[in-house]
Design a protein around this ligand. Structure first.
Ligand code: ADP
Ligand code: NA
Length: 327
């Protein structure tokens, strides 16, 4: 219906953090009305690292439920498991044949992951960016909201699409990175030099979307700050700055307003206010998550219908590509 197409996805590895919410999920909800959207739980990417099957299945379902709980209407947004739509694997194979080893060798995330999983440097880990290209190109996505760490992969996706189009004519839409209002980059509460991440081993560094109010306040109170004792938004106070970012994202206030609000107050009061603001934002999401989780039939129906919808759109691209290469 004239709307541009947006694709994005997240891996179901680890529990989602406040960083994932404020930096990605919340923005997806904000922009979703303006696009035809595909939000995938990219479980095929997850098995590039060894997983416990039952655990992966459970986390994938939790993630898909969180997409909805965060405010993505599954009637209007296609919310589905990557593994339920066979076109991802089929297109990835074809694109593998249009991607050079040299290009994949240059991917910094592969180097990082290979170093981290030295006992299991499998071919899937190496060709992961090609599967990501297939995810995006399969839906003829115009825009892809991606974090900085995925920009190199998106560039590769564009190169593959352009290469394919140069050989066979206009088959793929060449996607752009979605550059919206810069979503806050949330840092670890225990080390403000590191981003808050679901793969962080220190659970006190992250606020998880499922944390209860007391846990959230406790983690905020323990957040690493400094000995300045004043609440100012500046690089010299990275811990305080991060807490201000979190507070602003949760309340809609500006850093200047926050500095004023806590002028003359101590870190204790400020941290308490941050904890309460975060709890206030997460509460409705947690309530909706609890309701949805009780409604197994509804979720199963959403999962089935959206996989069919995603298959319908992806098959259109896949048929075109198959014909071009001679199948
Ligand atoms: P993680 O490091 O938590 O595993 P991913 O790399 O899977 O996160 O990223 C999932 C999405 O969440 C991406 O869009 C990424 O940009 C966003 N994101 C992750 N961590 C943060 C953060 N600390 N602050 C803001 N956005 C984040
Ligand atoms: Na990741």
């Amino acid at each position: 219906d004239g709307k541009k197409t947006l694709f994005s996805g997240m891996q179901a590895t680890g529990n989602l953090t406040l960083g994932n919410y404020l930096g990605a999920l919340k923005n997806w909800v904000t922009i979703s009305d303006d696009y035809q959207t595909f939000f995938s739980v990219v479980d095929m990417h997850s098995i590039t690292v060894r997983q416990d099957p039952a655990e992966l299945r459970k986390r994938a379902r939790t993630l898909l439920t969180l997409y909805i709980a965060a405010g993505l209407d599954p009637e209007k947004n296609c919310i589905y498991y990557q593994s339920h739509v066979s076109g991802h694997a089929e297109l990835a194979w074809i694109l593998n044949c249009f991607t050079y080893m040299g290009e994949l060798n240059r991917m910094t995330q592969f180097k990082d992951k290979a170093a981290k999983h030295a006992d299991n440097i499998n071919a899937g880990l190496f060709t992961y960016p090609v599967l990501m290209a297939a995810d995006i190109l399969l839906y003829q996505a115009d825009v892809v909201p991606v974090g900085i760490d995925q920009m190199q992969h998106l560039e590769l996706t564009r190169d593959i699409a352009i290469r394919f189009n140069n050989i066979y004519g206009d088959v793929f839409t060449v996607p752009e990175a979605y550059i919206g209002k810069a979503g806050a980059k949330i840092m670890s509460l225990q080390d403000p030099a590191k981003k808050m991440s679901k793969s962080d081993e220190n659970p006190n560094g992250s606020i998880y979307l499922m944390d209860d109010p007391d846990t959230i306040i406790r983690k905020c109170k323990r957040a690493v700050t400094d000995s300045e004792g004043i609440i100012l938004y500046r690089d010299e106070q990275p811990g305080v700055k991060n807490l201000i970012d979190i507070y602003c994202a949760c309340t809609g206030k500006t850093p200047a307003e926050v500095e004023k609000e806590f002028d003359g107050k101590g870190y204790g009061d400020f941290k308490m206010a941050v904890g309460e603001a975060v709890g206030g934002v997460l509460k409705p999401l947690q309530d909706r998550f609890a309701d949805l989780s009780k409604n197994k039939e509804y979720l199963d129906k959403v999962i089935k219908e959206n996989a069919e919808k995603a298959s319908y759109f992806s098959n259109k691209t896949l048929r075109k590509v198959q014909k071009k290469v001679g199948f």
